[in-house]
Write a protein that binds this ligand. Structure first.
Ligand code: GAR
Length: 203
């Protein structure tokens, strides 16, 4: 059984989708061992607590640097024997220390078809650029923001009357499908990283 950590900062709808996928048997061979948030009042953290998970707020203000914060997080992840770290709306850049400590074991979901529209407000960026198709991406995390090898992507149409809210909602529905799918592949050893490419092994 693989042990997951979920890191989040807000609503936590992707975390809930992962939690539900485990409950429903759509992710096999994995359990959520800890949920960590850098925001005390993150809705996702409160949900995690409600369902009895180990849910911890780590206050960035208690640390003098980003790296010290990440060292603390890594110590906790080590103590919980975590196999895979899932960033789910964790709105904080993570340092090389963290990335090296969990090399190829940290994944993220981003609301665009990377490499288009990395960074903040990806849906707004897509609308402003005028693309007709956008989507979402699950990828391994490397040293650059929203850059590591891509595991799964799903395309979503942009409609003429879309605003950030309507587009975000359409993308989010697909996020909730591909994040659990990607996790299920990884925890069942179906994924191999070859350079920038992620190959899904045939069963
Ligand atoms: C999601 O749309 C996720 O893709 C995005 O934040 C939202 C979190 O929602 N992440 C990023 O933009 C990371 N660059 P959630 O808290 O309901 O899962």
């Amino acid at each position: 059984m693989k042990r997951l950590a979920v890191l989040l900062s807000g609503r936590g709808s992707n975390f809930k989708a992962i939690y539900k996928a485990i409950q429903d048997g759509n992710i096999t061979n994995a359990e959520i061992a800890i949920v960590i948030s850098n925001k005390a009042d993150a809705k996702g953290l409160l949900f995690a607590r409600d369902v009895g998970l180990d849910a911890r707020f780590i206050d960035p203000a208690s640390f003098s640097s980003r790296e010290d914060f990440d060292k603390h997080v890594v110590n906790i992840l080590n103590s919980k024997q975590i196999d895979l770290v899932c960033l789910a709306g964790f709105m904080r850049l993570i340092t090389s220390y963290f990335i090296n400590a969990y090399k190829d074991k940290i994944i993220n979901i981003h609301p665009s078809l990377l490499p288009s529209f990395p960074g903040l407000n990806a849906q707004k960026q897509a609308l402003e650029y005028g693309v007709k198709i956008t989507g979402c991406t699950v990828h391994f995390v490397d040293e650059k923001v929203d850059h590591g090898p891509i595991i799964l992507q799903r395309a979503v149409p942009v409609f003429d009357d879309d605003d950030v809210e309507s587009l975000s909602e359409r993308i989010l529905k697909e996020e909730h499908k591909i994040y659990p799918e990607a996790i299920n592949l990884i925890v069942n050893d179906k994924v191999e990283i070859k350079g920038r490419r992620v190959i899904v092994k045939k069963s």
